[in-house]
Structures are given as structure tokens and as C-alpha cells.
Design a protein around this ligand. Structure first.
Ligand code: ZN
Length: 158
């Protein structure tokens, strides 16, 4: 597992963020995702790693959401990967709905990016046209397929 020594938690007005002390190239593995304590319900500090499991991720709990993120959390490989080149001193962020189907504590995003989703509540609440622009983990794609199949069954029959 790649170490996390290069990552620093910054706190400003009680607002936490995760900052890198070194630069990364696009596609580079930054660190492993710690599986510190697996629980069956999400909370503000967990990352969803498959359809039924959420884990405490230690330092990575300080990762903020962005609609134009610079890292990906790959829950199949349990790795955090650079989505693009990242500068030394940059804050790291990922797209929460790429791991979270239904979040415990939804919030309004103020990231300011052109494709901002505004309400961050989990992939379940986003249209496919938005999700298709993002890296999505397998458990999110599976949930989407199930939801689509269930929706079809509920269509009125003529
Ligand atoms: Zn946003």
C-alpha cells in the first residue's frame, strides 16, 4: 500500500480539507483506501465500498466533494488515484456520488464548476446524463441498473 505521509489535513474555521505535499501525475496511485472499520450504514466519515459496506477511511475522511474532482476513489482496487495532474499544495477532492448511493448527510455544493450538481445526496438522486460524465464504482452502476429495471416495471401498461 502506498503511504499517506504526503497527505495533510488542514482545518480552517472547523472546515477540514486534505492537501497534498507532493505533485502527482494523472493516473498515479496516491495511496490505498484504508478499511478501518466496516459498517452497514453510511455516516459523514465513511466511504461506501460496495452495495452493503461502508468503511471508516481514516485521514481520507477529510476529502471534500467536488463536481470537478482531482482524485478518484476506486473501491474495487481500494486505491485513491489522480484523475489529472495535481500540484504540490493542492486540495484533494473526489465526486462523492462515485462511491455513495444514498448519503447520510446531503449538502449543497458551492464548488462553482460549470457542471456543478448543487445537491450532493448520492448517485440515486442524479440523472444518468450527469452520472455518465463521471467515474463510477461498480456498486453504483449496479444500483443504477436495479433502479432502472424497477422503474420500467412501474410504468403504466396500456
Ligand atoms: Zn459542485
Amino acid at each position: 500500500m502506498v503511504s499517506m505521509e504526503t497527505l495533510v489535513i488542514k482545518t480552517e474555521n472547523k472546515f477540514r480539507s486534505l492537501v497534498t505535499k507532493q505533485q502527482y501525475k494523472q493516473g498515479e496511485v496516491i495511496c490505498g483506501i484504508p478499511r478501518e472499520k466496516v459498517v452497514d450504514k453510511p455516516n459523514r466519515f465513511t466511504v461506501q465500498i460496495d452495495r452493503t459496506e461502508h468503511t471508516d477511511v481514516g485521514k481520507l475522511a477529510a476529502l471534500n466533494h467536488s463536481c470537478d474532482p482531482n482524485v478518484i476513489l476506486d473501491t474495487a482496487k481500494m486505491q485513491m488515484v489522480a484523475r489529472r495532474d495535481i500540484e504540490k499544495g493542492e486540495e484533494l477532492s473526489f465526486f462523492y456520488p462515485s462511491t455513495e448511493w444514498e448519503m447520510d448527510a446531503p449538502f449543497i455544493c458551492l464548488c462553482g464548476s460549470a457542471n456543478c450538481i448543487h445537491v450532493v445526496a448520492g448517485a440515486r438522486f442524479l440523472p444518468l446524463s450527469t452520472l455518465e460524465h463521471h467515474f463510477l464504482n461498480k456498486h453504483i452502476r449496479e444500483e443504477m441498473i436495479d433502479l432502472l429495471n424497477a422503474t420500467k416495471k412501474n410504468l403504466p401498461t396500456k
